[in-house]
Design a protein around this ligand. Sequence first.
Ligand code: GLU
Length: 515
Amino acid sequence: MSSTKRVRVRFAPSPTGPLHMGGVRTALYNYLFARQHKGDFILRIEDTDSNRFVPGAEAYILESLRWCGITIDEGVSVGGPHAPYRQSERKEIYLKYALQLVASSNAYYAFDTPEELNAIRSEAEAAGRTFSYNYEVREKLPTSLSLPAEEVQKRIDRGDQWVIRFKTPENEEIHMHDLIRGDVTVNTSTLDDKVLYKSADALPTYHLANIVDDHLMEITHVIRGEEWLPSLPLHYMLYRALGWSDSQPEFAHLPLLLKPTGKGKLSKRDGDKMGFPVFPLQWTSSDGEQSRGYREDGYFPEAFINMLALLGWNPGTDQEIFSMDELIKAFSLERVSKSGARFNPEKAHWFNAQYLRTKSDKELAELFLPTLKEKGIEVPISKVEQVVALIKERAAFVKELWDLSWFMFQAPETYDTKSVTKFWKGENPARIAALREVLAGIDDFSKEHAEKVVFDWIVKNEYPMGQVMNTFRIAIVGAGSGPSIMDICAIIGKEETLRRIDNALLRLNRNETAE
Ligand code: GLU
């Protein structure tokens, strides 16, 4: 590839179901690479395998990319100079190339039916061999390599089903280069003759359509999952056979995403078992099975993207928090690892907490407001802002805000038995009754002022600070945890503070607790 060529990459998913987070990472790395090189990011939908087509999957892919902030320059949903970008709409393009490969003796017709092939396979297995459709058998099977030309034509003309297979050369070393893995060599005798085109549905298979489209769409770099590495020799041979080696893209195969523990790749089953999503968005399959999504689980797209970017790539520094713009600047294929990247659900959590913390109080308050509305709580946004400012350091998700702050909006209805047993005893209840009067006398109920008055009073009376404050907390919150008690009082206000103390004195002195 000449270095002056405009960088063009593509994300080429097949609409076979919801996009796995590994797929999103592939899209992300392509996107970062394109943006960094001021190139184009293309979305191509590879839907030539009609058996695996799943309705709704394409819309899911588009919505996932949109949610993640991965914008498409060219392709499905936006159009462009190489439209259409959905392979099923490009059907007519591919046959010509398949026939060209037959004409140049790089491919051949094969007439065996799936039943015949199954029979041959079972026979081989019974004899302890594995059957491979390759140079050893292709001239013994009903192919255009074994049948006379007239017979081949006759079969095609009468409508027999056929496929076109690539004629993999025997015993040739294919030398390849991968931008992540370096040089790779494979001997062609280990490969089988892949089907390139099927008359049954007049459609190419992945291999042919993918190479033809990458060529026609002037793709310069193919960045995709490791599972495609075994196809690379065939792809090299296809470029050569079609006479396109000079403009062949460069390749980069990304490492697998691995399970949090143990061996193997990250699957939906791991997510179900350990309680985390493996898909960006929620998905309901045609049989009604629901899979959770990062979006619906409450992740911020920026946090999800940041976490994904670091699954298989590292910046070479300690920096962990990256905005999309920072990722675009820092990303490089050289720093993508060869070995699998282990997914850590706790780290995903951690990233979300970091992003939650950096949201402004106003933004967070707005995100929290719908929950409050649902609970029938009508409060001014300014109060919600004060509340989130106090608790955001302790939350990883917006959905946790309620549990961390409900007592700012409602008086406790019950009291935690453990805390009550520990603190609501001895002189403490009487001290709280006295504290009530101190509080009642404060006009400036700001945190700073009220806190000073309360602390001075405790010190003056030589009361144990912890005992008094913890007992006070029980009266206000009903439990032993939460932000600083005087912060809470300042937010709920003097009247509510006094009311809660009165309530606690009344109920706890009668021994009422939660359980
Ligand atoms: N359609 C293939 C997939 O779903 C694309 C592989 C490639 O990028 O070449 O993974």
